[in-house]
Ligand binder design. Structure first.
Ligand SMILES: Cc1cc2nc3c(=O)[nH]c(=O)nc-3n(C[C@H](O)[C@H](O)[C@H](O)COP(=O)(O)OP(=O)(O)OC[C@H]3O[C@@H](n4cnc5c(N)ncnc54)[C@H](O)[C@@H]3O)c2cc1C
Length: 374
């Protein structure tokens, strides 16, 4: 007879990129973790994203976020390597730097102004991005079209396969002796002695600590544990072409080539609620713009497309917080779950394991939306 594992050190609600990264990070520190996930039919940004590990342009309005993003990019090589050691699964991570391409002088000026504003964000470590003129961009990316006027090269940028990353994290949780339970939609959270019990479609689970990492599902859980988690959906559509020989030596902000040779073309920013529909007018806009960046894309067949819903806070920056009324309960939300996977597994998970977020994480609390600080 199989006895389902019900008691753990920590329960993580949500097994997308955020919950799985935190779950694997906790399990790597020797905790017993149970990750409870609604299942493959759930709304999941983690299965519809572009796969950038991207630093440049992040955190213009919140420098704590810029530094956090950079920390994650810095730790990604080690993170990816450790995950591979645990599971044999490669995330396909490469860090050749990344290019933001500009199609107009105004866009180039805007990008230059951003670079100047961010210049000191990491102190002596530098921002790591530089503005290039058209010729310099063409030297690095020979396939650019005549409309490209220049760009910004970020040397900390890179990309990975989001699906291999997710698969690796799920496998890593198991490899560390912890549990990932699919089909376990959570509908109740209650105090249970010094810890918590969580009722799911697959039964009741208990633990001393609780991490809410259910993407948009977090908004409903927050009030049950004394947390405010305001989130909004934003749709992004992506196109995928047939496989071709390597022609892009690095990812750009909207076109990247996968290890297998497919070209991923993104993306849109649409206020269409929780819809994940692909729509022809938007797909056509995405394709036309991409062909201005790289004219050879006009000759390729699009073999797949999808829409997915971003998990965004009101200001677009992450929300990390711990409950004041429910000790041991944490919530984690962000809109860059690939980029931040390294930091979530290797920097955030140790704090959760210790039961306390670092004081500087107050900047990421949802209290910022109410003008409250501690
Ligand atoms: C078009 C697009 C492009 C993107 N590109 C990038 C990129 O290039 N780089 C980058 O870093 N990020 C990118 N992102 C963002 C990234 O995908 C998200 O930040 C990340 O996937 C969020 O992960 P998550 O685990 O918080 O949420 P989700 O992936 O939405 O997962 C939430 C999980 O919670 C579970 N869940 C929900 N409710 C319950 C419940 N009641 N009980 C149990 N489980 C529950 C669901 O089953 C699901 O697995 C992109 C997103 C989109 C949409």
């Amino acid at each position: 007879m199989t006895i389902r594992p019900r008691a753990a050190d920590t329960l993580v609600i949500g097994g997308g990129l955020v919950g799985a990264a935190v779950g694997w990070g906790l399990a790597s520190r020797g905790e017993t973790v149970t990750v409870l996930d609604e299942g493959d039919q759930a709304l999941r940004a983690s299965c519809g994203n572009f796969g950038l590990v991207w630093v440049q342009s992040k955190g213009d309005g919140m420098h704590d976020y810029a530094r956090w993003t950079r920390s994650s990019a810095d730790i990604w090589p080690e993170f990816s390597e450790r995950l591979k050691e645990d599971t044999g699964i490669s995330t396909g991570y490469h860090k050749p730097g990344g290019m933001h391409l500009c199609l107009s002088e105004q866009d180039l000026e805007k990008t230059r102004a951003l670079c100047n504003r961010m210049h000191n964000v990491n102190g002596a470590q530098g921002y790591g991005s530089e503005i290039l003129d058209r010729k310099q961009v063409a030297d690095m990316l020979p396939g650019i079209g005549p409309d490209v006027v220049g760009g910004s090269f970020g040397r900390h940028d890179g990309h990975a396969s989001p699906l291999k990353l997710l698969m690796g994290l799920h496998a890593g949780i198991k490899a560390r002796g912890s549990h990932y339970v699919s089909g376990a939609a959570v509908d109740k959270i209650e105090r249970d002695g010094g810890g918590y019990s969580v009722t799911t479609a697959k039964g009741v689970y208990r633990a001393g600590k609780l991490v809410l990492a259910a993407g948009h599902g977090n908004s409903a859980f927050g009030p049950l544990v004394g947390l405010d988690i305001p989130l909004r959906p934003e749709k992004g559509q992506i196109l995928v072409t047939e496989r071709v020989a390597p022609f892009l030596s690095m990812p750009t902000h909207v076109v990247r080539q996968t290890e297998e040779g497919s070209i991923l073309i993104g993306d849109s920013h649409e206020d269409t609620g929780f819809s994940t529909l692909s729509t022809t007018p938007i797909m056509s806009q995405i394709a036309s713009r991409a062909a201005r960046f790289f004219p050879l894309l006009k000759n390729l067949r699009v073999v797949r497309s999808w829409g997915a819903v971003r998990v965004l806070s009101p200001d677009g920056y992450p929300i990390y917080q711990q409950s004041e009324t429910h000790p041991g309960v944490f919530s984690v939300n962000c809109h860059s779950g690939v980029t931040l996977a390294g930091a979530h597994a290797m920097l955030l998970a140790p704090m959760i394991s210790a039961g306390q977020l670092a004081p500087e994480f107050e900047a990421f609390s949802a209290r910022r939306f109410h003008g409250q600080t501690h």
